[in-house]
Design a protein around this ligand. Sequence first.
Ligand SMILES: [Ca+2]
Ligand SMILES: [Ca+2]
Length: 361
Amino acid sequence: MPTDVQEWDITPYVSAGQSVEIDYGLSSATGTSDYIVNHQLVSYGPANHTLDAKLVEIISPNNRVEFGRTGRICEGVEVVIQNTGSTTLSSLEIEYWVNNSSSPETYTWNGSLEIMEQEKILLPSNDKLWSSLTATKNRMYASVHSPNGGSDEYALNNERSAAFEIPEIIPDEFYIYFRTNSAAVQNSYQITDESGTVVFSKSNFSNNQFNNDTVRLPFGCYTFQLNDAGDNGISFWANSEGNGSLAFRRLNGANLKQFQGDFGKSIVFPFTVNSALSKPENKLFDLSLHPNPAQDQFSITMEEIDKAEIVAFNGVGQQMTLNGRTYENEVVYNTRNWKKGVYLIHITKEGRKIVKKLLIL
Ligand SMILES: [Ca+2]
Ligand SMILES: [Ca+2]
């Protein structure tokens, strides 16, 4: 049964000591409709503290069912902060870490929150943040410090944590096996990427038909959704529409994921392609460093090389001066004055780094 929680600040409509009538209405209802409504009135006295910030919730990543659509690792780290002091909150330090990491990430928030106002913040994430992940039973922690650069007067509301799991990993090539039942008109499916853009969709199925759709996706986080307009899934014991079947399969036919057919309105399956947390080197860094060993020059070839930052260090960690000539997808470096030895070439692109060893002879 769908439920909905509404919160309203009624401060402008009431005066202390007076009674007030609060009415509500339902804009539309059809058929036999029953509503169960529960109200709670919460009143607040004056603030206990002048300078107090609260970490209200970790929205993402979070396994809790109310965050099921958004609380995934792919969405990054998203938290809600609140000003629970009487002074306007204008800055806040937020620390966040995974599991037992001893070196939290730090983010400085700047803004303006009046007493009891909240704000949702998407925190930057990087490889270091995720380096203490385990295969299962992970926990994200976040805490707030130093409101307005001062000391927080109430520490017990500063920290929250949330359990989360890594989404299932699917290869970059697979096919969707979908056998419809006798009510195929009710079904459609789509795959959306991290930004919500539909990257694959299909509808207008025929009854009792096999469909094999090959899907090729670049690295990323996706959501697959199978919809059923009849709200009765593709295998429901209480009707005579027959039994359908849905699975993700490898190109060789092996099952990757078999879905339950009695799902009601929709199947929502979040997954990542290839790697949950870091772009595999061979995807992002489909690069060639050659020749290696090199003498007078070496080249790096990769797509969009103009977006990469390339730095070289010698065997004792000194940064080398790089003289490069850039061509389309290639940079050629002059190493005529480099001594023989091993060098480390750091290539950073889109926030990710790979280090290649180069031997100069
Ligand atoms: Ca506090
Ligand atoms: Ca159905």
